[in-house]
Design a protein around this ligand. Sequence first.
Ligand SMILES: Cc1cc2nc3c(=O)[nH]c(=O)nc-3n(C[C@H](O)[C@H](O)[C@H](O)COP(=O)(O)OP(=O)(O)OC[C@H]3O[C@@H](n4cnc5c(N)ncnc54)[C@H](O)[C@@H]3O)c2cc1C
Length: 464
Amino acid sequence: MASRKTDHDVVVVGGGNAALCAAMTAAESGMKVLILESAPQSYRGGNSRHTRNFRCMHDGPLSVLVESYDEDEYFADLIKVTDGRTDEDLARMVIRRSEECLPWMEAHGVRFQPSLSGTLSLARTNAFFMGGGKALVNAYYRTAAALGVDVLYDAPVRHIQLDRRKVASVRYDHDGVSHTVQPRAVIVASGGFQADIDWLADAWGPAARNFLIRGTPYNRGTVLRNLLDQGAQSVGDPTQCHAVAIDGRAPKFDGGIVTRLDCVPFSVVVNKNGDRFYDEGEDVWPKRYAIWGRLVAAQPDQIGYAIVDSRAIPLFMPSVFPPVRANTLEELAQKMELPVDGVMKTISRFNAACGDTSAFHPTELDGVRTQGIEPAKTNWARPISEPPFYGYTLRTGVTFTYLGLKVDENAQCRTEDGLIENLWAAGETMAGSILGQGYLAGYGMTIGTVFGRIAGQEAANYVR
Ligand SMILES: Cc1cc2nc3c(=O)[nH]c(=O)nc-3n(C[C@H](O)[C@H](O)[C@H](O)COP(=O)(O)OP(=O)(O)OC[C@H]3O[C@@H](n4cnc5c(N)ncnc54)[C@H](O)[C@@H]3O)c2cc1C
């Protein structure tokens, strides 16, 4: 093991949005900063490189955001999705500070564009990154370099030594050698633990082995576990995570947003026994795709099958992988390795339960529903009857886990006995301090940006 005397004041663990915001802020306060990123350079940026937008409060038009979006409306939106399991003080603080983040992000190289039109209008609430999260991450790395921040890639942190309530050292691997450094302050921004499938299975049971991980394979929670084992206070429930239903053929890791499937509202979804299990038309898809992550997780082998007919195909965004196609429903069931009799029975009953479809409207809750079957389909219920027929598999795609490090409004970590003098956390790794369950689109980047900047400033104040 090599011991390195570091001349860095602040070590930042991780190389995504939260880490970069922290590093740039600390560097602007005169700190010598080192980022330790476990991924190689080409994979730098964690889940942040998959993102598209950031949710921002504003009193009037701000950059690409139209009209206004005030604190109370933003908070009400958050409460709706988290069912009240939210730390109100921290959530409101993040919301208020999001407004100053947008110009700060622009000043640090991020370019925004108006939201794309789609089923859900976000033009007022979410600012979209031109070039997506990858462009944001690249811009931040360039700005960080100009500020003198040093970055080591392929440098996973293995251990942060807590000496009572102070970080004594940080151990990481690089070039096949283990190094130990003693910075004055440390900021942890290394994401959740979702890419550690064993840990996920400990929390969820064996079903978790069939989950797909939508983002980086590098967020394995190594530092999170290491700190919790040494008495750092945790927050959140290990079974809580953001999970959505995605294309079952997506890669195990890092499929990103292109693996999203939007066919469910216009489909009949069955499990591997050929049985329906939930109302496919409960609400518009952006409001329901997170629910379907958990619904699919509860089915045998954690898989679902969405079946549509030719009339539905133009109604949703094309998928990255082409669907299975067949001229008859029997042939489709066979091709999808589903029990043919079971599927035929389910779809015949479903078709017979569809009534008048003249009010069918694909982009509104149209109330076109089934009668007399359980579960009902309460919108967009049209018979699956026009060949050719198409099928997609659905699997649970985990975005990020909520178990994390408990922090206060200064982003500072603690043990049962009090604050840890020189340790701060930002981003997904502490998001559980705010969100108990559920998720609001664009709030992850808001948490990371606000807390990253706070952590960078607090670490710099401490060192000074
Ligand atoms: C497909 C997808 C789309 C998303 N879209 C959005 C969106 O549009 N808007 C939004 O707000 N949120 C979105 N999210 C959620 C979003 O990614 C996060 O909330 C946010 O980017 C998290 O930033 P972070 O810096 O905390 O984590 P990350 O960006 O994941 O960064 C964590 C970093 O830590 C590094 N790391 C991990 N372990 C170690 C270790 N031991 N040592 C050193 N480094 C380590 C990783 O390599 C990585 O660079 C999306 C997520 C996914 C997967």
